[in-house]
Design a binder for this molecule. Structure first.
Ligand code: R5P
Length: 302
């Protein structure tokens, strides 16, 4: 039976790629907001007896979560054999502990809600810092797409003599992998974050890479303060103007313009969140991951 792929608004590109990769039928979904602010969700494509794939990136997640849950439940009510979620960007993973007394650990609540509504999940480089894997927080099978190879290929093609720079210990996992794939050296900085927009970094022994082009690599660029502080330090040390690469172009407010004004020679992201800086296409990798999930499930006969 042909799976049906519903792309939420803004996710059409990923939806098409997933449908093509799995030989699926693009589904039609109608979202309507009533005057009182509540939502209605309608699936205009039959899902009786078929696998359903919902494609919904979760950047700015609060307004997306409820319609997503409504659609997942509707698909199941209407006879879908299984409902999965492709979220190229998965939100709420950074609040992975109680940083201040009384704070909610939002990552666990968010994961519990999604896990109650979908039966599997595919995402790209989720922010796993204190969680060893998505399975540590999501109770449904979760498959992770790594953007590292695509980033390494972009660097190898576009940057002469790169030295990769990870702005903090959390970025080491991405930077080390990309550096190894791009066959480039890397350094990891120490970061102190005192508030949302108050970030300081220290750069150990970078001077010896003066004849290289620094390439900052991080998973999320949100306020861009991490990258802006790093760009500032590199320029103060009279290194070359760096290239900044983020997996997820979250870019809160004017962060993108501020990062470019700070002296980055180029700002590049993967297309997990649609943004003018998208240069690295991860849609084929997402399509392959969904195909593997569905093939595995069919192979198991469940
Ligand atoms: C942190 O743990 C992440 O890997 C990023 O470094 C961080 O989310 C970047 O945030 P911002 O752009 O707000 O400095």
């Amino acid at each position: 039976m042909t799976p049906v792929v519903f792309a939420f608004p803004g996710n059409e590109r990923h939806g098409q790629a997933v449908a093509a990769a799995i030989g699926g039928e693009p589904g039609s979904i109608a979202l309507h907001r009533f005057p009182d602010g509540e939502m209605s969700v309608r699936l205009d494509t039959s899902v009786e007896g078929v696998e359903v794939v919902l494609v919904c990136g979760l950047h700015r997640p609060d307004a997306k979560l409820l319609p997503l849950c409504f659609a997942a439940d509707a698909a199941r009510d209407l006879g879908a054999t299984r409902v999965g979620l492709v979220a190229p960007y998965l939100a709420y993973l950074r609040q992975d502990r109680r940083f201040n007394p009384g704070e909610a650990i939002t990552s666990t609540t968010f994961a519990r809600i999604l896990s109650a509504h979908v039966e599997w999940l595919v995402s790209v480089d989720p922010h796993l810092h204190r969680y060893p894997s998505l399975s540590a927080v999501y109770s449904v099978p979760a498959s992770v797409v790594h953007a590292g190879l695509s980033i390494a290929e972009w660097i190898a093609t576009n940057v002469e003599r790169p030295i990769l720079v990870g702005p903090d210990s959390e970025s080491e996992q991405w930077v080390a992998e990309v550096a190894s794939l791009a066959q480039a050296p890397f350094v990891v900085l120490e970061k102190t974050r005192r508030g949302d927009r108050d970030v300081e970094v220290s750069i150990p022994q970078i001077e010896r890479w003066r004849d290289h082009t620094p390439v900052l690599v991080d998973d999320i660029v949100s306020t861009a303060r991490t990258m802006i502080a790093t760009v500032g330090q590199l320029l103060r040390l009279a290194l070359r103007a760096p290239v900044c690469i983020g997996v997820h172009a979250v870019f809160a407010g004017s962060a993108y313009d501020e990062l470019r004004s700070a002296g980055a020679v180029q700002v590049v992201t993967c297309n997990t969140i649609e943004h003018p800086s998208n240069r690295i296409d991860v849609t084929p990798a997402i399509g392959r991951a969904v195909r593997d999930v569905l093939a595995y499930r069919q192979g198991r006969g469940d």
